[in-house]
Design a protein. Sequence first.
Length: 258
Amino acid sequence: MNGFTVVECGCGLARTVLPAGFDPSRIYTQEYYEGGHRDGYVDYAGRSQELRHEFRHVVEALRVHVPQGKLIELGCAFGYFLDEASSHFDVCGIEISDHAREACVARGLDVVREATSEVLASRGPFDAAVMLDVLEHMADPGEALDRLHAAMRPRGQLLITTGDYASLLSRLMGKRWRLMTPPQHLWFFTPATLRALLARHGFRVHHFEHPWKTVPLALVAYQAARYLGGQKLVEKFTPPGQIRLNLFDVMRVVAERV
């Protein structure tokens, strides 16, 4: 796929094989957020209101399990989720994209490039941590989870969304599945493999769902155009508005730090 090999373990976990020296962080430039990547976003900043609408739903889903406290988001992009969460939490974020991180800092958000142990210790301990469609991008998810575990309070809550590699849509579409986008996506989790990963790193999953999601119509059109052609046309004429959607190929878990 896209010139990369994806291999699958007998347990159901799949991963992208990267060549030596490949740096995934090079993907997340300004162009990634502005229609320059076929697997990216057509106009992330321009769809801020639609994105914020969805993030408010995610904040409320998280607050069922942890109503307030210190929160960190790994992979916070332009910080729109942090903005919405800041009404209830003391927030900070991690973002490797220089372009996205600069947008966060310009609005006064506490966002840095790397989740080093020192950074986490200086801002924690955390009551909540969030990774929205981020875990699959990480070169070493286990290391990130270990650092989070060390920086979270006992019984702190971790909310993760990621693609469901065992979903019906994934099985039907195979290598044409919309989330099969190496090298952007490095890992492809099933419910079982995600639970196992979290358990190995000190988190117990207690909530699982395939959530409905409010999605900008521009993003739906841009992703559809990958299959049908015409992404440049979508880039120039981005449709306004949003749609409530569930393809049941994205899972959301909430896990407790044990």
